[in-house]
Design a protein. Structure first.
Length: 536
């Protein structure tokens, strides 16, 4: 057992609920060897991130480690001083958070934040910057020699997640906790990042805990898989055994999810609700969108897919008036919308709502859920008093959160999946006709994803809502889309009804996207990389 790096025995973690402490982790054991990758899988709220943080001897605010042992390379992290634990974190133990946008300091450039730990460890600044550029290149970041000198808000969500992964690897740690590190990445970028993570873990003999809800991804990364449910361990086995012969009924249910798929719809009739016409848009002097056109019909879902930086979210900003286009226009229900949201009427603003990708940064951390959900209902519909309270409770029930239990909570008291559901409720509170969903299921486990997709489908049928689904998850596209638009470098490469878009022949770029979707096969990534290397 000389190569054992981390041992956790009978770990118990509790969370504060008023004057009481409730169990979150209920006696879990874990053993991790040097160079080994352990995959942690479970629903939102299963305790995956809590267990991952405990491997650093850390518990979130409002939580406490109440029992058990945590031993890292002979160091008792439960009894170690805070100074000793701080000396380990960032150096020998690194953490890649799920929400990079909420984890970076917005006031400092990426390369400054990367260099902080290596420089404190005695490395010269110039060498730290050189290593940063090397890792940026490994992470397939665009312009790796320059991108580090940007601020966090000047790069896309997927690029920011890759920059955080590079930062965690800066000190060549013994252990890295990856908390959904590819959630924000498109499928083509995900391939390169997964390959880079796997290579670095192997090259440096680094151990890793890989937390994810994506079973196909963990199949490519993990040597062993542990399944959690509501703080309890369900089962653990090597990856091939777990994929081919899971024992527990709960594990089998995880393997069987995402069966939902709405039937193919007939061609749309009548004029579109939204028409994006020949839009050209830019940030500063750099054009981001080039002659983009498509339509969205009432009661239907348009999926917009493409790599990080392809312009998907920029189109959404144009539609909502947050980014006035240089050319072209957006027509809503036959009426051209003012380019700038500040020139739009309150009713025009109400008609189009947005659910954001990063729920952590989209919700004001100081407001309770009744205020977050209630503001749009008050501002756009004039609800107040008992009527407003009743509507808030109705919306909470609609997104499957118990009103009495959640209405007065803060966002910090929710899991990532619960925060995203609050974003959905907030959008529905305005009673819009169009909802733009920007990667709304990317932070959710697969069981909750299916529930959210079913919920959105039901709401669409009942309210005749139009959806614009921005996503890199092609399984989501297959499940819910009526039409598909494929974007690359700010241009529409291909568009049409979903059945046609998924049937060959495809445009080369569309074929690349489809071939990059991970499969539940531990050899899939290696085989794909070998095939692509052979074609070069």
């Amino acid at each position: 057992m000389a190569d054992v790096l981390l041992t956790i025995k009978d770990l118990r973690i509790e969370g504060r609920a008023g004057d009481d402490w409730l169990p979150i982790i209920k006696g879990v054991d874990l053993t991790l060897h040097r160079g080994e990758v352990l995959g942690l899988i479970g629903e939102s709220g299963a305790g995956k991130s809590t267990l991952g943080l405990a491997a650093m001897g850390f518990a979130r605010d409002g939580c406490r480690i109440s029992g058990g042992e945590i031993n890292f390379d002979g160091i008792d992290l439960r009894r170690a001083s805070e100074a000793k634990k701080r000396a380990l974190r960032g150096r020998r133990i690194a953490y890649v958070a799920q929400s990079a946008a909420a984890s970076f300091n917005p006031a400092h450039k990426l390369i400054d934040q990367y260099s902080e730990v290596p420089v404190l460890g005695g490395m010269g600044r110039s060498k730290a910057e050189a290593e940063a550029k090397t890792l940026y290149r490994k992470m397939q970041l665009p312009h790796p020699d320059e991108i580090g000198f940007r601020y966090p808000h000047q790069v896309s969500g997927g690029q920011l997640q890759r920059a955080m992964t590079a930062m965690a690897m800066a000190s060549h740690p013994d252990l890295i906790i990856f908390d959904e590190p590819t959630t924000a990445l498109d499928v083509t970028t995900q391939i390169e990042v997964l390959a880079a993570i796997r290579d670095i873990v192997r090259d440096y003999n680094t151990a890793a805990i890989y937390i994810t809800h994506d079973l196909a991804v963990v199949a490519q990364m993990a040597d062993r898989i542990k399944i959690l449910l509501r703080g309890d361990e369900v089962e653990e086995a090597d990856t091939r055994t777990m994929l081919s012969a899971p024992k527990a009924d709960y594990t089998k249910s995880l393997w069987a999810v995402r069966s939902f798929a709405r039937p193919d719809a007939p061609p749309p009739e009548g004029a579109p609700l939204v028409s994006v016409q020949n839009v050209r848009a830019s940030y500063g002097k750099i054009d981001i969108l080039h002659d983009v056109s498509f339509d969205i019909h009432a009661g239907r879902t348009l999926a917009v897919v493409g790599e990080s930086g392809s312009g998907k979210s920029t189109v959404a900003r144009v539609i909502t008036g947050l980014l006035p286009p240089r050319e072209g226009q957006v027509v809503f229900d036959g009426t051209p919308l003012p380019p700038d949201y500040r020139a739009r009427s309150r009713d025009q603003l109400r008609q189009c709502q947005m659910i954001y990708q990063m729920a952590d940064t989209a919700l004001n951390p100081k407001l309770r859920l009744r205020e977050l959900i209630g503001r749009p209902a008050y501002m756009y519909l004039g609800l107040r008093g008992r009527a407003l309270d009743a509507r808030i409770r109705e919306l909470l029930a609609l997104i499957e959160l118990e009103p009495d239990k959640y209405i007065d909570r803060l966002p910090s008291e929710l899991s990532g999946g619960q925060k995203q559901r609050i974003g959905i409720a907030r959008a529905l509170a305005a009673e819009p006709r169009l909802i733009i969903c920007d990667e709304v299921t990317s932070a959710l486990d697969q069981i909750v994803q299916e529930g959210i997709l079913k919920l959105l489908d039901r709401l669409q049928r009942e309210l005749n809502l139009a959806y614009m689904f921005i996503t890199h998850d092609l399984s989501t596209v297959r499940a819910i889309a009526d039409e598909v638009v494929v974007m690359q470098k700010g241009r529409v490469i291909e568009q049409g009804p979903k059945p046609e878009m998924f049937a060959p022949p495809h445009e080369p770029y569309t074929e690349l996207l489809l071939s990059s979707v991970p499969q539940m096969d531990p050899d899939w990534l290696t085989r794909l990389l070998d095939e692509r290397a052979g074609h070069r």
